[in-house]
Ligand binder design. Sequence first.
Ligand SMILES: Nc1ncnc2c1ncn2[C@@H]1O[C@H](COP(=O)(O)OP(=O)(O)O)[C@@H](O)[C@H]1O
Ligand SMILES: [Mg+2]
Length: 352
Amino acid sequence: MASLNISNATKKYDDLEVIHGIDLEIQDGEFCVFVGPSGCGKSTLLRMISGLEEVTSGQIHIGERDVTTMHPADRGIAMVFQSYALYPHMTVRENMGFGLKMSKVPTNEIDKKVNEAAEILHLEEYLDRKPKTLSGGQRQRVAIGRSIVRGPEVFLFDEPLSNLDAELRVEMRVEISRLHRELGTTIIYVTHDQVEAMTLADKIVVLKDGLIQQVGTPLSLYDDPENVFVAGFIGSPTINFVRGDINGSKLSIPNLKTIKLEIDQSIASSHSELLIGLRPQHLTLVESGDLEVEFTEALGDISYVYLKTLNGERIVVESREEKLPSTGALVGIKAKASKALFFDPKTELRVK
Ligand SMILES: Nc1ncnc2c1ncn2[C@@H]1O[C@H](COP(=O)(O)OP(=O)(O)O)[C@@H](O)[C@H]1O
Ligand SMILES: [Mg+2]
């Protein structure tokens, strides 16, 4: 087990810099998730940690060791990818032990490690099968098993569940969480799926365009985003943004007249306009208003109501009521004022 420290790390492909000076500290045993849209640099950063990609400048430490220029095999890490190429002609046992066999580990030791890993991954009864007789989730567990047997100090996962169907993804999420609890190993996990990030992580690192936007626990990013990007990326359905005008000390939202929010004098005197973030979870429907119901989604215990303002802005409200308004009806909304988030429309930074 080990902590990990990244200091001012950059990556250039020829003249194109794609990672711009990343500083990050990951604690021993922590489950850290890199999340961000496609192309933001998640895989590149992970591959820099693994040694599969050279670091252009900066340093990477695993525990006390400077691994910046170290060969991947010497770093004490193991990586699990989205495409888990297993050897089709080998059994599960052989697939899992293959890396150790190549490293000339004695057979009885390989057996012991493979059996231990199979027990952790609930793969004991499949050890003598070939990969083609396994389900997608079982194959992915074999790929993870291949890494576990090597006893890495840090596990790196790059979108390991993207190829699996939705139900299996949820199941594997639980498995990976359990695996982390049982092994206690430091994990760095890359995903573009914020729900996956929220459910797995001790610590989330939100990336955009090769830069860290914010680092924090899932709930701190949800409650306390530092900018418009993080507020919009974390949370499902996506947070609603509306424009607010400041006149004197009063904040009014032209398109949502039923919502009354207080702002501090200091904000009022330094801004004439704000971008207001209202999460669907913090809004409730009221009877009279000028918002048109476009459609509703009933999921059982909760529903989402999609509304349109007079000038065409979309607003989503989460509802726990059994009776939903009908499409085309006019309704109003109220907001939990303490949960409203204010942003500067120009800098897109949070205003507190
Ligand atoms: N080998 C490469 N050569 C040039 N550009 C690359 C290479 N690999 C990745 N990139 C670029 O680096 C950026 C980050 O890519 P990547 O780390 O794969 O993003 P993510 O994993 O977040 O989707 C992208 O703009 C991508 O086009
Ligand atoms: Mg990637």
